[in-house]
Design a binder for this molecule. Sequence first.
Ligand SMILES: Nc1ncnc2c1ncn2[C@@H]1O[C@H](COP(=O)(O)OP(=O)(O)OP(=O)(O)O)[C@@H](O)[C@H]1O
Length: 610
Amino acid sequence: MSVPPEEDRRVGLRELRASAAEAISLLWHAATGDLLVFLVMTLASAAAPIATAWLTKVVIDRLTAPHGTVAGPALGMIVTGLVAAALPVSVRYLRARIGRSAGRIATERLFAAAENQVGLRPFEDPAFLDRLRLAQEGTGRVAELVDGLGGAIGGMLSLSGFIGSLLILSPAMTVLVLLAALPALVAELILSRRRSAMEWAVEQYYRREYFYGQLLTGVAAATEIRLFGIGAFLRARMIDERRRADAAHERMDRRELRAQGGLTALSALVAGVGLWWAITAAHEGRLSVGDVSMFLAAVIGVQAALAALTSAIAGGQARLLAFTHYVAVVRAEPDLPRAERGGAPRLRQGIELRDVWFRYGDDHPWVLRGVNLTIPYGHAVALVGLNGAGKSTLVKLLCRMYDPTRGRILWDGADLRDIPPAALRDRISAVFQDHMKYDMTAGENIGLGDLTALDDTGRLEGAAKRAGIHDRLAELPRGYDTPLTRMYLIGADKEDPVTGVVLSGGQWQRLALARAFVRGDRDLMILDEPSSGLDPEAEHEVHTRMREYRAGRTSLLISHRLSAVRDADRIVVLAGGRIAEQGTHDALLAAGGDYARLFRLQADGYREAG
Ligand SMILES: Nc1ncnc2c1ncn2[C@@H]1O[C@H](COP(=O)(O)OP(=O)(O)OP(=O)(O)O)[C@@H](O)[C@H]1O
């Protein structure tokens, strides 16, 4: 399993500091004014109980003295009480507001950081995906960081106030109370670290549970699940993942229960000793009745403040530990080196793969083994080969989803690594084998190919016509504004819902083609199995259109249907990660190699069928 054991995931102090710095900067940036008001209010909330304790002492002392006036301190108690009652509501409101603003900004930064990854590798790395999900969860819990900050500051203030008060009455008792609180602090800090490590360790279970949950509730797998009767099987697996996560949580909860039970008993014992001392001292006349009240308030106050501070520190640490996932994603270096300057010049000579070797990981087999290939400017090159030969992989290298493990890919002589990825991709149009079906409107599904066309009906329709899907889209209930999904209501409020439409596989494929066409005049057109889902008539029509489109343009076409590639300027046969043969259709047939064998096999199949 690729997930390292818990010990390897202990977070260092440096990471914790980075997390704190990022959290503070995020909160400050998101809501400076609110944060300042929140801090002032938190301080006032912390000061209120101390003021109340002192005012109570003064009132009691004056009541027990022969000529004391109590109006002033009594009024003070009323005002303090009012403030203490009103503040928590306002603090809660502000906390939620700050949490929302900071959460929004954090989400934006997180997704921008994920997008900042140049290639696909991070999205195939379970550890990165675990982090990403924990980080995403963290953005919804930014408000808790505010709690940590407020709790720590308020806790410090009320603690120092009560300690000061207690010191005046009994220095020995002060030391005792503080000593009794120390184990609690240490224990909480250790526990919070362990909890954080546990959460990281169980994340893989949650992600798999989520996967099964999506399968069981999504439409994509619904037919197979019903037909094969595998619902109960998948549900059992899902619950199994949850059970493992629950077991880890249960172990952690028990640990906490044991530690916290012991520590609570210790503080109760210390409070009891203090109470005994105070009552005895008052009985012997060494303390006034007001002093006893103050003493009791101070012991309880110190213990409560210490408990609050301990949990604020431990909780803050836990939240910062959780926030390290966010920080790790936001500060992650791109997976591939990214050139920042320069652009991709318009293609004039061609693209060249020079001794390209590639494997998906050190422990994976080689997919490409020393490929030398030129796609000359203005030529149509076709790539054929058996399943798993590496055709789509080569396409991904051309789009720089990965870098070659060895060797270079040159764009008019410039290494792809030296061209900013966005500039390179801007020069390419493509239909991918596993093209996307966006749960958006028909127009948007095409316009995503080039955002400048999103509101340009003429361009959208032109691309759709070229892909042979315009008529179907035009007859939809809302034409190009019809949602191609039944999962959401799009572009309409709930009083006037637009029913989404489900397209057939071949229609989706045409839409993917339209998306590639709307990109217009790009330098390289990649067509990876663009017609695999089309009926024979449609396939013929699409290939004729693409042939027209390709004429004079640089293109790379992948297809298992060899009749579709026969008129390419050059056909390249990939086998065992190497180029087995290349040439024109006629030359390859004459050579009598793999291509000729496969072509005859397909042609015979059609003849037999006929
Ligand atoms: N993301 C990946 N991680 C690991 N291995 C991969 C990955 N993608 C593809 N492979 C492996 O690389 C090899 C080549 O796959 P690729 O998709 O490039 O083949 P292809 O020629 O396009 O096949 P097909 O004709 O079936 O589409 C296969 O053995 C496949 O298992």
